[in-house]
Ligand binder design. Structure first.
Ligand code: SF4
Length: 339
């Protein structure tokens, strides 16, 4: 395997993976309306003292959280799967120290390119739930199904959180529980994706709810630049269809990771470096897809052979001979298996 990897590099493996998707699609396997997105860790066999050092034999492996919250060197594989068929439609590899949501939108974009269609929904765990991801998928006409985070606690958990303030997206302002308006002030220093809004000092000074709101002279509210999208995600998460889609997610994606690790050794890095890890991920994903394909193609081939046998037996009585080489039969088999 090492010689094959050295010789062919990764385009051929990407092509193989793409062919596995195309053939699954041609066989009618892929639905493409709902995609599942998740990441899994891949352990690198590397001396712990040499992780991230200049002379490391695996220069790309980094410490990340593995099952049981153990810290270990390795990689993270971002995976996108067609919910209906469990066909893998995109894989990407990063060092294990990257956040799960990093590169998530790019992975969905590549999955859409590979499929040639836009899904109705992308389901992912809470690590992917953010206003940014919700807004980015909305732009693409895709629904994000990912349990949103609660508003961060304020004043040790006893104070009004951002969820207690009503946001008006058109006017870009908040109304506090006492009815005062908080106007946009500026981005948060050093955090350009965070915005801060301020209540009028006079309103806060005279406010009967002030002890629940702030110990400062006036309330300052900090939210993400995609706060409106986060609110839409929270509202959507209360719908039954959202819950139903999310419920179906874990057994599909966990099943795929389990299958890939148990039967195809995805749990450990075969070789070293990011590019080689991507090749490993592409190969395993292609194998999983061809397995899905064979599960439907074999019964079809068997059915065709049975039908042809019956036809042959019937025609032989009338003097005609039908075999699997008959043009009509060939065309059906080719359409089912080789497109
Ligand atoms: S303290 Fe200010 S922001 Fe807070 S509820 Fe009262 S008026 Fe509104």
């Amino acid at each position: 395997m090492s010689r094959v990897l050295d010789r062919f590099g990764d385009p051929i493996f990407d092509d193989l993976f793409m062919r596995s998707i195309s053939q699954c699609r041609a066989a009618g396997l892929i639905d493409g309306r709902v995609l599942h997105l998740d990441a899994t860790t891949i352990r690198a066999d590397l001396d712990r003292e040499r992780v991230g050092t200049p002379d490391s034999p695996d220069p790309d492996a980094r410490y990340g959280k593995f099952p049981g919250k153990r810290l270990a060197p390795g990689y993270k594989q971002q995976t996108v799967v067609d919910a209906a068929s469990r066909v893998v439609v995109e894989v990407a590899v990063t060092p294990a120290d990257r956040n799960e949501h990093e590169g998530a939108i790019e992975a969905v974009d590549r999955a859409m390119d590979r499929l040639g269609q836009t899904p109705e929904a992308v389901c992912a765990d809470a690590a992917y739930a953010s206003g940014h991801n919700k807004a980015a998928l909305e732009e693409r006409g895709v629904r994000l199904v990912s349990p949103p985070p609660k508003a961060p606690a304020h004043m040790g958990g006893g104070g009004f959180t951002s969820a207690d303030f009503t946001y008006d997206e058109t006017r870009d302002e908040f109304t506090c529980p006492a009815g005062a308006i908080l106007q946009y002030m500026s981005p948060v220093k050093g955090r350009p994706r965070q915005r801060q809004y301020r209540a009028p000092r006079a309103a806060c000074r005279a406010c009967p709810l002030k002890t629940q709101c702030t110990i400062a002279p006036q309330r300052l509210l900090k939210v993400s630049a995609d706060h409106a999208a986060l609110l839409r995600l929270r509202a959507d998460s209360r719908t039954e269809s959202f819950r139903e889609l999310y419920r179906a997610r874990s057994h599909v994606i966990e099943g795929i990771f389990g299958e890939a690790k148990l039967w195809h050794r995805l749990g450990r890095a075969w070789r070293r470096g990011l590019l080689n890890m991507l090749i490993q991920s592409l190969l395993v994903a292609a194998v999983l897809n061809f397995k899905r394909l064979m599960a439907v193609v074999r019964p079809i081939q068997h059915l065709l052979r049975t039908l042809m046998g019956l036809l042959s037996a019937h025609r032989s009585k009338t003097g005609e001979v039908w075999t699997m080489q008959t043009p009509i039969a060939q065309s059906v088999v080719v359409a089912g298996c080789n497109s």
